[in-house]
Design a binder for this molecule. Structure first.
Ligand code: AHR
Length: 517
């Protein structure tokens, strides 16, 4: 058995988690909207066509903010197509996913869905085929109360009150050649700054995220962020990051180590943003919006979204089936996000339903949870509070992660990956300390001894693990509970010491209550 020691101190904190850290993403992509959140005629659909079975799972998953309508889709989207009487809305070719967009679901339906789901909307504007003028028009339509053409248009469509969308993304992955009307950093930086200026003149209370590189592997990563922020620094609050972890190499130890590269990515983007601030002699700190993250590889390399299938409506594309080891890598990513709560103020699991998603549905049939559902549910429900610094002393292993994104096939040597990846959150309101812990050893249990300083009278409130000795196990419509949490036995408290034994290849959550004296 391997052994690890952890030291935590109540007074040494990283930051309070922003509620927006627990977001997700709904794009007009495959069956995410149509047949996912929206399916009129489905046996569980409400009068607006929202699937209640999906809503129930969304509430259990507990995302806080949902990004919409893309993704790649937004770079060719005319928002006007999706508002007004449904019978007048055009069907259009969507070049992002080679699909036909029926436009029966649009901005207002999304706002209603968010209200029913109890989440905040996050909107992206099209800075691909369109630009600042359309961005400000959409903002006026959404947020201006009344008395102008566009606000009155919204009212005439049946939405009397403004939607008051607070968080806006200035385009999507504008450095990617797969994007409609890709831009250079200089072009995009200028456009983003001008769009931001116009939008804030209409509603100074909004918060804006500029696009960072679409991945750490883009050849322009680094210089892109620097140039974009050089132009837009005074106008935006956030820079975005995107990461999809992969196991193309079929190398589980490397895959489970890959969240550590997310840590590096986050720290690099923080360094670049702060370097721009230093150059501008500014005390302002640009925060990070990790607005796309997940595991994604099986349905990616084939580029199946772009294969011409005859322009179908809501094709079954990007329907990644997640197994046990995906849930472990995913859990590692959750820990990376929590441990950077000082700079990541918003993050979106990409995506929510069917397309690379924690929730799967059958059109006309049931909905079920994929393996990755559970670490997200844990993080979102139990990760509210102050993230504490942790000193981890764990045995390590050596590996090399392979990531073919971008123009070249990159290999990242990781000489010392700790078997234990861990985050600790103190929830003041509930007087509870939650330990999220990943054992990355595939064949050995990991005994952990955590010294939790400054909390008196600790007691175990609840502890569970996500474990399946078959790392290829999956949940399906017919066997939806093959992977589900089970209780973690044997957690012991000795004064300030918490001892637990983590089984090989497991995601673990230990909740400690702080008993009042
Ligand atoms: O989430 C799927 C796609 O991945 C998004 O549309 C795009 O932004 C990213 O490349």
């Amino acid at each position: 058995m391997k052994e690890a020691k952890v030291t935590i101190d109540r007074d040494f904190s990283i930051a309070e988690t922003d509620p927006r850290l627990f977001g997700a993403f709904v794009e007009h992509l495959g069956r995410c909207v149509y047949g996912g959140i929206y399916e009129p005629g489905h046996s569980t659909a409400d009068e607006r066509g929202f699937r209640r079975d999906v809503l129930e799972l969304v509430r259990e998953l507990a995302p806080t903010i949902i990004r919409y309508p893309g993704g790649n889709f937004v770079s060719g989207y005319n928002w006007e197509d999706g508002v007004g009487p449904v019978e007048n809305r055009p069907r259009r070719l969507d070049l992002a996913w080679m699909s036909t967009e029926p436009n029966t679901f649009g901005t207002n339906e999304f706002m209603d869905w968010c209200r029913v789901a109890g989440v905040e909307p996050m909107m992206a504007v099209n800075l691909g085929t369109r630009g600042p003028d359309d961005a400000r028009r959409l903002l006026e339509y959404c947020n201006f109360p009344s008395g102008t053409e566009l606000s009155d248009l919204r009212r005439s469509h049946g939405w009397e009150k403004p939607h008051n969308v607070r968080f806006w993304c200035l385009g999507n992955e504008m450095d990617g050649p797969w994007q409609m009307e890709t831009k250079t950093a200089w072009e995009y930086g200028r456009i983003a700054a001008e769009a931001a200026k116009l939008m804030k003149w209409i509603d100074p209370t909004i918060e804006l995220a500029a696009c960072g590189s679409s991945s750490r592997n883009m050849p322009t990563f680094g210089s892109w962020e620097d140039t974009v922020l050089d132009h837009s620094f005074d106008h935006v609050e956030y820079i975005s990051l995107h990461t999809y972890l992969n196991n193309y190499a079929d190398d589980t130890p490397a895959f489970l180590a890959s969240p550590d590269l997310m840590d590096s990515f986050i720290e690099e983007v923080v360094a670049i943003a702060d370097a721009v601030a230093a150059r501008k002699r500014s005390p302002k700190r640009i925060m990070l919006s990790f607005d796309e993250w997940n595991v994604w590889y099986r349905t990616r390399r084939k580029n199946e979204g772009r294969v011409k299938l005859g322009w179908p409506v809501a094709p079954t594309i990007l329907e990644e089936i997640y197994n046990m080891q995906d849930a472990l890598a995913f859990g590692g990513a959750c820990i990376s996000l929590l441990n950077h709560a000082d700079r990541i103020k918003s993050a979106c699991l990409a995506q929510l339903v069917n397309a690379i998603a924690p929730i799967m549905t059958e059109t006309g049939g049931p909905a079920w949870r994929q393996s990755i559902f559970y670490p997200f549910k844990d993080m979102s429900n139990l990760g509210r509070g102050t993230v504490l610094q942790t000193k981890v002393n764990s045995p390590t292993y050596e590996t090399t992660y392979y990531d073919p994104r971008g123009t070249s096939e990159l290999r990242f040597p990781l000489p010392a990956v700790p078997y234990l990846k861990l985050s600790v959150v103190h929830n003041h309101d509930e007087d509870c300390v939650t330990i999220f812990a990943l054992n990355r050893s595939l064949d050995e249990s990991l005994s952990i001894e955590a010294l939790v300083r400054g909390f008196e009278g600790l007691a175990v409130k609840e502890a569970h693990q996500l474990r399946n000795d078959d790392l290829m196990a999956i949940n399906t419509k017919d066997a939806p509970d093959t992977i589900k949490p089970s209780s973690l036995e044997g957690v012991e408290i000795w004064g300030e010491q918490v001892r637990a034994k983590l089984a090989p290849a497991t995601w673990n959550v230990i909740r400690l209550e702080v008993q009042k004296q």
